[in-house]
Design a protein around this ligand. Structure first.
Ligand code: NAD
Ligand code: LMR
Length: 328
C-alpha cells in the first residue's frame, strides 16, 4: 500500500544550506525510506529563478520518493498543508548592523512565517528554525502561531551537538558512536554551553577522562566558536554540516532517540533547570517519535550552573529586545 506524500517546506531554498539539504530530503534521509515527500520551496522573489534551477536538478536525480516540487515567494502558499517546516532563510548581519537591527530584520521574516504556519500548516506540523539568531527567530514565529502547540517550534543546536561529539571523540581517540549523553545548553551562539559532565564515553564520565584545563580552555571555546572558525576558513558559513544537523534533528524527532541516550535541541522551556518558561533554549532531550521531552533530574554543579545561566541570560535579553520591538 502506498503512503501519501508528506509536505516538507524549506525556506531559503536557493541558499547554501538549502542546496545541501534538499537532495537529502528528497532521497529519503529526513523522513525515512518508506515516506514519499512533496517539497515546497519558499524564497524571496529575486531568488525564485535560482530555486527553479535547484528544482530542475532535483528532477534530474529521479528520486523515487520525490512526489513533486512547488516553488513560491508566498508564505501562505508554501506552508499550506505542510507537516515539516525547515526555516532556513534569514537575514544575515550586514556591515554596521546592530543586534537590534538584526532582530528587527528577522522579525520581518519570522512573524509572517509564524502567521502563515498558523493559518495553513497541517495538524501534525513540526518546525525547525535554522536561520540565525535561531532560538529567537523560533520564538518570534511561535508567538505568532497561537493555534499550534508551542512545543512544535524548535531551533537547531544539533550542529553544535555534533561538533562537540567529534571534539571529545577525537580527544579520547574513540569513534563518535562511543559518545553518549552529551548536551548543548542555551543559545545557538558563542555563549552556548557544551556539557561534558553528563556525557559518557565507554560507560564513564567524559569529563573525568579529560583535564579540566582542556575542557574549559579548548573544548568549550572550540565548540562555541566553531561557526565563526568555519566562516573564517571557508569565507562562508557552514552549509553541508548545518544541513546534516537539520536532517539529524528532524530524523530523531520523527524516529525517536535510542534507548538510554539523548540529544540536544532548542525547545520551549517549561521552567526546567531554572530556564525561564517560554524561552526557546537548548536542553538534553529525548523524542518518542512524536514530541521532545527534557531529560530531568541531572545534577548541575556550580561550574555548569554559571555557564547555563550566562547563555540563558542572553536568550532573555534577546526576548526582551524583540518584545520591545513589538515582534512578540
Ligand atoms: P544563504 O545566504 O546562502 O541563504 C539564505 C537564503 O534565504 C537566500 O537564498 C535568501 O534569498 C533566502 N531568504 C531570505 N529571506 C527569506 C524569506 N523571507 N523567505 C524565504 N527565503 C528567504 O545562507 P545559508 O548559508 O543558507 O544560511 C541560512 C541561515 O542559517 C543563516 O541565518 C545562517 O546564519 C544560519 N545558520 C544556522 C546554523 C545553526 O546551527 N543554527 C548553522 C549554519 C547557518
Ligand atoms: C554556525 O554555527 O555555523 C552558524 O550559525 C554560523 C553563522 O553565523 O552563520
Amino acid at each position: 500500500m502506498s503512503t501519501a506524500p508528506v509536505k516538507v517546506t524549506v525556506t531559503g531554498a536557493a541558499g547554501q544550506i538549502g542546496y545541501a539539504l534538499l537532495f537529502r530530503i528528497a532521497s529519503g534521509q529526513l523522513l525515512g525510506p518508506d515516506t514519499p515527500v512533496r517539497l515546497s520551496l519558499l524564497e524571496i522573489t529575486p531568488a525564485l529563478k535560482a530555486a527553479e534551477g535547484t528544482a530542475m536538478e532535483l528532477d534530474d536525480c529521479a528520486f523515487p520518493l520525490l512526489a513533486g516540487i512547488d516553488i513560491s515567494d508566498d508564505a501562505n502558499t508554501a506552508f499550506d498543508g505542510t507537516s515539516v517546516a525547515l526555516l532556513v532563510g534569514a537575514r544575515p548581519r550586514g556591515p554596521g548592523m546592530e543586534r537590534g537591527d538584526l532582530l528587527s530584520a528577522n522579525g520581518g521574516i519570522f512573524k509572517p512565517q509564524g502567521e502563515a504556519l498558523n493559518k495553513g500548516a497541517a495538524d501534525d506540523i513540526r518546525v525547525l528554525v535554522v536561520g540565525n539568531p535561531a532560538n529567537t527567530n523560533a520564538l518570534i514565529a511561535q508567538s505568532h502561531a497561537p493555534d499550534i502547540p508551542a512545543e512544535r517550534f524548535t531551533a537547531m543546536t544539533r550542529l553544535d551537538h555534533n561538533r562537540a561529539v567529534t571534539q571529545i571523540a577525537q580527544k579520547l581517540g574513540v569513534g563518535v558512536s562511543d559518545v553518549h549523553k552529551l548536551t548543548i545548553w542555551g543559545n545557538h551562539s558563542a555563549t552556548q554551553y557544551p556539557d561534558l559532565f553528563h556525557a559518557e564515553v565507554g560507560g564513564r564520565s567524559a569529563a573525568e577522562q579529560v583535564e579540566q584545563e582542556w575542557l574549559e580552555n579548548t573544548f568549550i571555546p572550540t565548540v562555541a566558536k566553531r561557526g565563526a572558525a568555519i566562516i573564517d576558513a571557508r569565507g562562508a558559513s557552514s552549509a553541508a554540516s548545518a544541513a546534516n544537523a537539520a536532517i539529524d534533528h528532524v530524523h530523531t524527532w520523527v524516529h525517536g532517540t535510542p534507548e538510554g541516550d539523548w540529544t540536544s535541541a532548542a525547545i520551549v522551556s517549561d521552567g526546567s533547570y531554572g530556564v525561564p518558561e517560554g524561552l526557546i533554549s537548548s536542553f538534553p532531550v529525548t523524542s518518542d517519535g512524536t514530541s521532545w521531552k527534557i531529560v530531568q533530574g541531572l545534577e548541575i554543579d556550580d561550574f555548569s550552573r554559571a555557564k547555563i545561566d550566562a547563555s540563558v541570560a542572553e536568550l532573555s535579553e534577546e526576548r526582551e529586545a524583540v518584545r520591545s520591538l513589538g515582534l512578540i
